[in-house]
Write a protein that binds this ligand. Sequence first.
Ligand code: SAH
Length: 466
Amino acid sequence: MQYLPIAWRLVGQTALVVGGGDVAIRKARLLARAGARLRIIAPEISDDLKAMAEKSGGEVLVQAYQASALDGVSLVVGATDDGDVNAQLHKDAVERNIPVNVVDNPPLCTFIFPAIVDRDPILISISSGGASPVLARWLRSKIETILPSRLGDLAQIMGEYRSQLAKKLPSIGARRQFWEGTLEGPVAEQALAGRLDEARQRLQSAIDSADAKKLSKGEVYLVGAGPGDPDLLTFRALRLLQKADVVLYDRLVSDQVLEMARRDADLVYVGKARDKHALPQDNINDLLVHYAQQGKKVCRLKGGDPFIFGRGGEEIDKIAEAGIDFQVVPGVTAAAGCAAYAGIPLTHRDYAQSVRFVTGHRKDGSVSLPWDTLVTPGETLVFYMGLVSLPEISKNLIAHGMRADMPAALISRGTTNDQEVIVGTVGSLPKDIQNREVHAPTLIIVGEVVGVFPRYSWFRSQAEQN
Ligand code: SAH
């Protein structure tokens, strides 16, 4: 982050604008809108600008710039096309610790003006850090089109009732629940439709009947976070993630997905620590119950789908036992995500009529799987957690009748920017990866469908790039 966006209350403060032309007018208008008193200094000042300064309760100085104009100002904007004046102004302002912006000259700015979407009192600022103001403005127009025009009215009404609600519901969590419900209900609809009095009446009666106990009830969301690419989150996953007070996550959940949580949510890591010990499953279950019993909305984020090799079943057992409300949100499981991003169809009318998800996880030092049933014509096998056992998997499949040249692929960090696909055969794959650095997590796909892979040249070039 190169700049910190802050919202600055300028009402009654003096803002200096150096320059008297069109650029100066644009900036002066914005500053006046924020309630600043304008001081304009330039040898020539347009009548419009003079009128604007006067209306703001400020003053105009029809003269060349001089440092004394900085006396008592909170911020200064340089809007002249004179390089010397701009440089001097920047130097003078910095010496006096006054924030300075020289239009279109980032090196001479200690602050920049973001593009804004103004639905007063709602304000959205967009900045490209000076890299591309055009891109920032383009984004602004996109955001403008999706925001209801009466958003400001809704914010205004919610503001009016804030302190009343705070008296009725002392718990912050309960209030957040209340407002979130309000945003999805008729009060918001009416306000956004311009029926402000009706919206106020409804809000009043909702506050009168608000039930603190019900609103402070904890809940657990068991949410599939998908295999890594945040675009693969479901809408519901995103919604709940942004609602949660606490987010419990593990190693498989990508940083970009975590970024989607509410800024003030507690993020609790429950995966393997540096010493490689994951928090025991029982502790995770207890933690979920513990937070929910405090009245919190708890999001348990799990890589892929929570019910596929995710121990999601055990977690909800405990939650249900404790009488806590919960919901389970499916996610894109690694097999589906990796296969799609690698260009390997898991089933295919010509090659595979079924697909089987298998765990290669070792228990007591070996993989125990019903090998004879795994070697079935027309079936794709997907091994989760199979990297360590790959030699054993390969050996057993061949020993139980699979041809050694059956196509097989290993996909590492599937769906992320670091995805790697290594294609070989069930016989060769253990050797193929022997002298390569392979990053977890990895998935192994075995079957004729892997042979289809070279046909999808787009995926192939992607894989090679990686
Ligand atoms: N619930 C998860 C699976 C958890 S088991 C799901 O539905 O995907 C953990 C295993 O999932 C890893 O060992 C690996 O085999 C697989 N996996 C998860 N994410 C992956 C990814 N991005 N790329 C490759 N394999 C992945």
